[in-house]
Design a binder for this molecule. Sequence first.
Ligand SMILES: Cc1cc2nc3c(=O)[nH]c(=O)nc-3n(C[C@H](O)[C@H](O)[C@H](O)COP(=O)(O)OP(=O)(O)OC[C@H]3O[C@@H](n4cnc5c(N)ncnc54)[C@H](O)[C@@H]3O)c2cc1C
Length: 551
Amino acid sequence: MPLDNQSDNRSSATQAKEIDVLVVGAGFAGLYLLHRLSKLGLAVRAFEAGGGVGGTWYWNRYPGARCDVESMQYSFGFSEELQQNWQWSELFSAQPEILSYANHVADRFDLRRFITLNARVNTAIFDEASARWRVHSSTGETVVACYVVMATGCLSTGRVPDFPGIETFEGRTFHTGEWPHEPVDFAGRRVAVIGTGSSAIQAIPVIAEQAAHVTVFQRTPNYSIPSRNGPMTCEYETEWKTEYAVRRETARHTRNGILYDLNDKSALDDTPEQRERTYAERWQKGGVRFMAAYNDLALNQASNDTAADFVRARIREIVKDWAVAELLCPKDYPIGTKRICVDTNFFAAFNRPNVGLVDVRNEAIQAITPAGVRQGGRDYAVDDIVFATGFDAMTGALTRVDICGRNGQILAAKWEAGPRTYLGLMTAGFPNLFMITGPGSPSVLSNMIVSIEQHVDWIADCLAEMRKRDLGCIEPTAEAEEAWVAHVNEVAHRTLYPKAASWYMGANIPGKPRVFLPYIGGVGAYRQKCDDVAANGYEGFVMAPAVTMAK
Ligand SMILES: Cc1cc2nc3c(=O)[nH]c(=O)nc-3n(C[C@H](O)[C@H](O)[C@H](O)COP(=O)(O)OP(=O)(O)OC[C@H]3O[C@@H](n4cnc5c(N)ncnc54)[C@H](O)[C@@H]3O)c2cc1C
């Protein structure tokens, strides 16, 4: 009898008793995995918790949601036909267009047949005797697979702080990362937005245009650069499409997978007047290229200060109310060490008469009451609360699944003091379990589609090689993992990044260990390392012959 004894007509593959690879998640990572692995002739399936494909772009439907890496770059490079045919309407596309793109990819490469939607994976248990994973989903279905790939996303586990009284609130509540599918009308309503990270920075100016009043509760001010978004011009698109192959390849070897004009000198090598001109030019062009104004902004505090001063001066210029401007100016961490934000009219929104700012750094939100938010002994009456409170980043989606490896070891327990991986791809004690953009890889510090493609290609090549050599089990050694964790830490501490209490450090989740989660050595250097590991016979991994499963 098939293990999948639930009749489910959503996927023709659901009758498989045992498959080669189970993919968890159908965002960009899951989609590309299904494409690459099915092309290898492997029997694949995917479980996706959401009701559609697209991951981040399926869930994050809040007003103003869009990418902050330009669409010509924040898109797949694996198919020349795809990248030539697809047309983006804006420089930085909005969520609905990116979601359409994900759906187009699913259809174009005929991937839906592998995907079961509305299926959350709850447990995955490794059976040592058969070297197979037994994976259980919320649909009640169990799948047996040789390999499991967690394509569960780095920013897919939303977090709402447990404010006292939250359940008593009588109005509507929203989390930016789990936004309703039907349009939300804020017209005439008093809205609280809690948080001022990337999502809030995008949402606040758009909500403010509709709502009667918006009260923004800010714990940590953020540096944000204007995006200068606009319609895609024919010339710009043609320029990119003519040189796509070369540009994509170049981006793969850069520091963060994004092509922009890095000014390869120290900020301290320029005079203050030259620096001002350089920053002003980049501010005018907009976007994350601001951080490439000099090559040492992430490394040297004095250099970093010059860029941070420039951005603070712009905030003070834009925001008319002196006290509000001061609150919006980040002052206690270097620019870029928390995710740099990219906005459209964020700071200017605070000049509107219907937008107010409340500082919750020194006096935290005391409670959510039936009528609104209580802070500093004052009650803010609101109709709606938008939680822009971020995610349990990088590890949340992995540790929330009950993953049980060798000797009954649970992944969440192994990672109690912080995640430990080899190359961010695998973790010792959990054979045949891969992660995409996992902790210890460049991941969220990069153009994530570049990093996703690199991980998927590496895993696909690895599985093809194992099949060729009749191998069926792969696992990193404890020593290789130890050395990689030490290297990830060592490189992070050569930079200014650990100075910020950021989600890169797990600082936004109470009780989460403070460990720098992504690998900061650069996308290009990291790719080279992964390629070298493979070329050296998968150095640091133990590979063993396949076990034939008893029928
Ligand atoms: C608002 C926002 C804007 C962003 N903008 C950019 C940008 O401009 N540039 C950039 O590089 N990156 C950006 N990112 C990061 C973005 O997450 C990645 O670029 C990319 O979309 C990640 O794709 P993924 O497939 O790895 O993960 P996701 O898109 O997060 O997909 C993971 C999927 O796995 C599913 N899943 C998780 N756990 C389970 C489970 N247990 N069982 C079944 N299914 C599960 C989830 O439902 C989800 O659909 C942004 C993120 C957010 C939140």
